[in-house]
Write a protein that binds this ligand. Structure first.
Ligand code: ATP
Length: 696
């Protein structure tokens, strides 16, 4: 409990068991006013506690609204509101004319900020506002999304206008509009919400609930470390449940019933036709970096095919669902794969979830084709008869079989089951090409890597085959390149053991597991790509502003300002200016895209942290992959500030544009944590090499 609960409670009101939208708005305002993670979590925890205890029916709608969504990614649902619907509502409800509206947009850029100003200036109301409730707002969104067919635009417009009409204050208006345009701009990001839910249920129960929470009765008497341990356990549990079953519609009611207990993973765990969040690969610099990381272990090298990741679910009745890497349902895109299922599953297989990469191939020869060919396939309602782009599914994992989750089995076991129980169909369904090896097989691994890159693969994925015994102790000396280079952050809950001598550092860590870990990027799955140059990592950055170019570049934007994402607060932290790697054609297209009079150019946004002022600010919407020489501490740039230095951020030297990451949304841009991790690695490398950066 903290002072924030008092602040929030002032806004607590309820209408027949429904919490007021004013309460949620107050929480948004408090979250928006800080970049400190502890305050954000604190505010959310207290908001959730008030709801759990006082209005449990409003909890689920509040979680949806705070996470800026209203349905899970695999249930196609869109509000389908154009900017014109919002503008029309501004005119009808707040009495603005076109000119006034344009002026407000020019000044503020963000539709929510325009709503804030317009509401403040509103001089009359057509009807007496009826106080909004959290549940009511959420239900309005669902109604908008469900409104289809003739007359739906008018119906949607009426709902939007009613919402604006009923706001009781400028802040409510701001957040209602930001919700309607699906851009909340606050740091109540998914991971924070899961942490907040876990903690809130450690402190609170809905009235009449029967569950008990481990440690709840003695919370007040716990020492700080004990409390932290309790938090960590609860958070891991909630995150694990969400990674296996990413739907608040199931998670929140389940928590209201059983609290945060291990049962969550049973009642709200892996399930057929609900996609789990995929396991991800960690980047390595090159093959030798990979071999160092996996020293002493048996691993499988696999071709890293350049296609689309697919999670295939099939139940005992033969119903098939296929999901993308981002959990969207894409069964309609691949009817040819759906029709293969009866042939690939062996007799002993009734239900399964397997994973693989769909790649465009030549039907006759099986030759792999470029990713661009695959993008030519329509996304929806593909008719089997008219398919021109043939595909093959290269299967690499099996996560569920005959009613049983396999996530805790070793990769070797899962792969053996996949390959023995399913049947290959040449050029349509087969296994990823693999080579099992250990770190002493460097020549064979190099050969395999070369072969992969020669057949249009992006490189290789390398996966630990067996689970190491738990509690393995790694002895590492600072002179030993191999162990000292290990990225210990990637292991779960590492524990540093005091150094025994100046030159020796011992580290005890949890065993490196080969289990399937949904939504985690661990060292048990490594990727080695052909385009990583020997020493350079790359960053995926968001272009957020620019200056007018000089000389030859006078017609274009140059340099361009780029940012990393703070995953806790949602703030974009500026990291560098770039004027290298762009072609003239790219500059031209960029200038057209971010034309000064377009909606892609906005006024200074509040969610960007930068001490300078570019000539224009871009509406953040894309991700660029960037190379750079090294990372430096900077008084101007704010990226990762507080993570490596209290008053200085991190910046890049010699940044160079590589390509637009069309497959990534800005939520997937590199984070400040990741950048700080790269900086630490760079410092470690420099220390090992005896280089001391005088600038530091
Ligand atoms: P990238 O920047 O490499 O595209 P990403 O963030 O999209 O990365 P990662 O998990 O980092 O995804 O890289 C693994 C991706 O490679 C998978 O999502 C999958 O689509 C693809 N892939 C191709 N072949 C394999 C394979 N054999 N095993 C696992 N993933 C594979």
């Amino acid at each position: 409990p903290s002072k924030y609960v008092v602040e929030l409670q002032k806004h607590w009101a309820q209408d027949s068991g429904n919490a007021s939208y004013a309460l949620l708005t107050k929480a948004f305002v408090l979250v928006n006013a800080t970049t400190k993670r502890i305050k954000i979590v604190d505010t959310l925890v207290n908001l959730l506690r008030i709801l759990i205890e006082g209005a449990p029916d409003s909890l689920l709608p509040a979680v949806w609204l705070a996470t800026n969504s209203f349905a899970p990614p695999y249930e196609p649902a869109e509000l389908g509101l154009g900017g014109s619907a919002i503008s029309k509502a501004f005119k009808n409800i707040y009495g603005l004319n076109s000119q006034g509206l344009k002026a407000l947009y020019n000044k503020h850029g963000d539709a929510g900020d325009v709503a804030f100003e317009a509401k403040k200036r509103q001089s009359f109301t057509l009807k007496k506002p009826k106080p909004l409730t959290i549940k009511g707002v959420y239900e309005s969104l669902v109604k908008i999304a469900r409104s289809k067919g003739t007359g739906s635009q008018e119906a949607k417009q009426r709902i939007v206008e009613r919402l604006l009409q009923d706001t009781r204050g400028a802040e409510e208006s701001r957040y209602i509009v930001r919700t309607l345009v699906q851009h909340l701009r606050i740091g109540a990001v998914k991971t924070t919400m899961l942490i907040a839910l876990a903690r809130a249920f450690l402190f609170s129960k809905p009235p009449g609930a029967e569950f008990t929470v481990e440690g709840m009765s003695s919370l007040a008497s716990l020492k700080k470390e004990e409390l932290t341990e309790l938090y960590t356990k609860a958070e891991e549990l909630v995150k694990a449940s969400y990674a296996r079953h990413p739907n608040y519609d199931d998670l929140v009611p389940c928590m209201l019933e059983i609290g945060v207990t291990k049962e969550l993973l049973i009642h709200c765990g892996l399930a057929l036709h609900i996609p789990l969040r995929p396991m991800l690969g960690s980047i390595t610099r090159d093959l030798s970096d990979m071999l160092t990381k996996l020293q002493g272990k048996d691993f499988a090298c696999e071709y890293k095919y350049d296609g689309q990741r697919a999670q295939v679910h099939c139940d005992a009745n033969g119903k098939v669902s296929i999901f993308s890497r981002h959990l969207e349902l894409m069964t309609d895109k691949y009817p040819d794969l759906v029709s293969l299922v009866p042939q690939i599953r062996g007799e002993s297989v009734s239900s399964f979830i397997l994973e693989g990469e769909v790649v465009a191939v030549d039907r006759e020869t099986g030759e792999l084709q470029a990713f661009q060919i695959l993008t030519n396939r329509a996304k929806k309602n593909v008719d089997v008869e008219s398919i021109k782009v043939n595909v093959c599914l290269f299967a690499f994992d099996l996560m569920y079989l005959n009613g049983e989750p396999l996530l805790d089995r070793s990769f070797r076991e899962r792969r053996d089951m996949l390959r023995s129980l399913f049947t290959e169909i040449p050029n349509r369904f087969t296994w990823v090409k693999n080579l099992d090896a250990t770190s002493t097989d460097s020549e064979a691994v190099l050969e395999f890597f070369k072969n992969a890159t020669e057949v249009k693969c992006e490189g290789i994925m390398v996966k630990v085959l067996d689970n190491e015994a738990r509690g393995t102790i790694i002895e590492a000396t600072t002179n030993d390149d191999n162990e000292a280079n290990m990225n210990m952050d990637q292991y779960e809950q590492d524990e540093q053991v005091p150094a025994q001598s100046k030159k020796t550092k011992s580290t005890r860590r949890k065993a490196l597991l080969s289990t399937y870990e949904p939504d985690k990027r661990l060292d048990s799955w490594l990727k080695v790509k052909k385009d990583y140059s020997a020493s350079s990592d790359t960053l995926d950055l968001v272009p957020i502003g620019a200056w007018h170019g000089n000389g030859r570049k006078a017609k274009w934007w140059s340099p361009i300002l780029l940012a990393v994402r703070n995953s806790e607060t949602g703030i974009l932290e500026v990291v560098t200016k770039c004027m290298s790697g762009f072609t003239d054609k790219f500059y031209q297209a960029n200038k057209e895209k971010y034309a000064q009079d377009s909606e892609n150019v906005i006024s200074r946004p509040s969610y960007i942290d930068y001490r300078g002022e570019p000539d224009v600010w871009f509406a953040p919407q894309e991700v660029w992959e960037m190379a750079f020489a090294d990372i430096t501490l900077s008084p101007t740039y704010t990226a990762a500030i507080g993570l490596v230095s209290e008053d200085r951020g991190l910046s890049l030297r010699f940044p160079r544009f590589l390509r637009v990451r069309e497959d990534k949304s800005i939520d997937e841009a590199s984070t400040s944590d990741f950048l700080a991790g790269l900086w630490r690695k760079q410092v470690e490398r420099a220390t090992e090499e005896g280089i001391h950066d005088e600038k530091d």
